[in-house]
Design a protein around this ligand. Sequence first.
Ligand code: E4P
Ligand code: PEP
Length: 446
Amino acid sequence: MTPFPGRSAASAGPAHAHSVDRLLTRRLDEALARPAAQQPCWPDPERASAVIERLRHAEPIVAPDETARLSEQLASVARGEAFLLQGGDCAETFVDNTETHLRANLRILSQMATVLTSATGVPVVEIARMAGQYAKPRSAVVDASGLPVYRGDIINSTEPTPTARTPDPQRMLRARAHAADAMDMVRRIRAGAAHISHEMLLLDYERAGLWADACGPGTRLTSGLAHFLWIGERTRQLDGAHVAVAELIANPIGLKLGPSVTPELAVEYVERLDPHCTPGRLTLVSRMGHHLVRDVLPPIVEKVTASGHQVVWQCDPMHGNTRQSANGFKTRHVDHVVDELAGFFEVHRGLGTHPGGIHVEVTGEDVTECLGGASGTAERDLPARYRTACDPRLNADQSLELARFVAELLTTVVRAPRRGRAGRNLDLERTTPPAGRLSQVPVARR
Ligand SMILES: O=C[C@H](O)[C@H](O)COP(=O)(O)O
Ligand SMILES: C=C(OP(=O)(O)O)C(=O)O
């Protein structure tokens, strides 16, 4: 594959006509001219432009045939034949881009997948939040001490000084190098079997990683930075740049849906991002919060299903359940996480639709960032190993508990007779979550 513009995917044969590149370039420029939320203000725009130019000449990190393979797998998830497990760090950091850390995170994902498959017989498609998850959207512009907030290692540093928090475009080059290194390690560790993903947030970086791909019926843009990209809750404005850029790219796309999304808005997204009704092209990631999911999600699922698009329904049970502990840590309680998952499964069971997957912030390391779970992590335990650069992750034990709980939920769906698309039964019994009920499924150690 060769980069865009003026370059084409190797498998596409000769470089495409300049007219195609010009058309794509124009559409991309129009998309990028729209308002873009959560972008840094580079203090020296010329320096930023020079960095972006260098990024445009970097080799791609993923290959189009790998992305195409993932698209096929996601189609099978959308058809209800497989389950999607996506997870990893909230914010990857340069300093933690080590083989030890990546191994631990890939190991926990793989163990979770084993739990799910062995309990249900359903094939699991794994996607790591890895090799590029360096940009973070934030709710506030400044932190408690009045400094600009940390926005991910690709933009600034966690270090609490004015200089370290100033956006530095050179960091995009470091991020690109780290992502390439991480992908090499992932390929070594997983022998080519992993897919990687990150939030498509920082548009200067994402734009420089786009390639023209003429493999399909028409030339499309494809990202050489990840197999799967998602649009976050804070950047999903319908008239904004992120949605417009995502429309142009061939990679499978995820879209986070928070509780303010109406069924009508969900259908608008689906029509924009899945114009050809391609099963699995779009993954709708609901992150409603455990107290809202049972009320807010059903009409969305119904309306999108009635529109005829076959999306992947995925639940992110983390981002709607974040709170501040009394001792000042950003945390989440495992009970709330599993309750949102239970609600998600209840909704899909009631509607006869496929609860296609989960998207979780996890690490294979023994951190103390989320509360609860079998080990009973309490607020007083949080300072011991609170290591995340942004949001709290489930540790290895909590992640496996979660996988067992999801396996149990999935088993009931697999065993239940599938209702027709219109089949609606919202007279649901609430699933009893937690720990005591979790069945023990053996986990292979790698
Ligand atoms: O994943 C992390 C997001 O950046 C985050 O949830 C926003 O966090 P904030 O509300 O602390 O800014
Ligand atoms: C910020 C994230 O999620 P959301 O956009 O749903 O808040 C995330 O997944 O890192």
